[in-house]
Design a protein around this ligand. Sequence first.
Ligand code: MN
Length: 234
Amino acid sequence: MNLRERVLDFVVDLAPLPAVPVAGTRKSFPVRRLYCVGRNYAEHAREMGHDPKREKPFFFQKASDSIVTDGVFPYPPASSDVHYEIELVVALKAGGHNIPAAKAKDIIYGYAVGLDMTRRDLQAEAKKAGRPWEAAKAFDRAAPLSAITPIEQSGLLVKGPITLDVNGERRQSGDLADMIWPVADIITELSQLFVLAPGDLIFTGTPAGVGAVKRGDRLHGEIARLTALDVTVT
Ligand code: MN
């Protein structure tokens, strides 16, 4: 048996590759890693009880197979306080280490509207105990996403409205220009910690107005010039 045959001779079922549709095409964006930025809008930092001064951004990851593209978010177990966080998601077509801000736009494939769903009660417990956030952030189906719009169609997104409606009522409203760390700076900072690569997605933080969902809620997220995101909590 040669090496290639051996490598492909998996001993358990191969998990499906997570992927996101590309808007207006039959093509898909294959997902490698899913990075998230914490507290990147001042009003949201305040509502979470933090001082929104421009300290270094911090990052966490969600599981890449937690992506949801069918618009269905089953209420997860082990929590009674699951929150929505509407976010601009940046999809990378290239990567690297120590990427200067001026070069950041060269590695962007496109953008999506995403929800960084959060078990807020488990997150609060983890913060209090100084424990990791995975149970709060990286659970199954924790990352609903719209189709990805290539940057050739959207243009570089540095300003424009970002909103979330729940059952037809506006709950979150902000402007991409209000990010404490703009996308180019996020890419620079993140690439100092990790080697970025094609297929990576970056959730860029949520504006103020986060809140709890319940079964039956219909979430509708919009960001300037992108395909809207519609999700039902089941
Ligand atoms: Mn978030």
